[in-house]
Design a protein around this ligand. Structure first.
Ligand SMILES: [Zn+2]
Length: 134
């Protein structure tokens, strides 16, 4: 199952994938001076302990009069996505295991991390989520 996204009648991409946990298509408008934008993203799970935050469109600007269409299509080949953050443990060929914080997605190489079998947390998030009384 795919989301086929068209802008003003022209198909931009088909979002989808066999390993997707979830997928979202949305239009947003925040501040009065910002252009509205649309976003199509999802959570991919290529391995047991690895989630990828993936995008087909990330804060793509819209103008007045634009018509954005999202059509649900079956049996279609999805277009490839861009990976944002990783959450979990990724094994890279020739490098070994890379660990990513389950909360913020930062790499253990960047921030240092406590590692557990099912979930990882970096030192920054551990401080952020720790009660003051501890
Ligand atoms: Zn973190």
């Amino acid at each position: 199952m795919c989301f086929e996204v068209s802008l003003n009648g022209q198909v931009l991409f088909r979002a989808g994938g066999d390993q997707l946990e979830s997928m979202f298509a949305s239009i947003s408008h925040k501040a009065p001076h910002d252009l509205p934008y649309f976003q199509v993203h999802g959570l991919n799970r290529p391995a047991d302990n690895l989630f990828e935050e993936v995008y087909w469109a990330k804060q793509t600007a819209l103008s007045g009069g634009d018509t954005l269409t999202v059509r649900v299509v079956e049996n279609a080949t999805p277009d490839s996505f861009v990976v944002g953050n990783y959450f979990g443990t990724r094994t890279s060929a020739g490098i070994g295991e890379d660990h990513y914080c389950t909360f913020c997605g930062q790499s253990a190489r960047a921030v240092g991390m406590l590692v557990h079998k099912k979930a990882n947390i970096c030192h920054e998030c551990l401080r952020k989520y720790q009660p003051d009384e501890m």
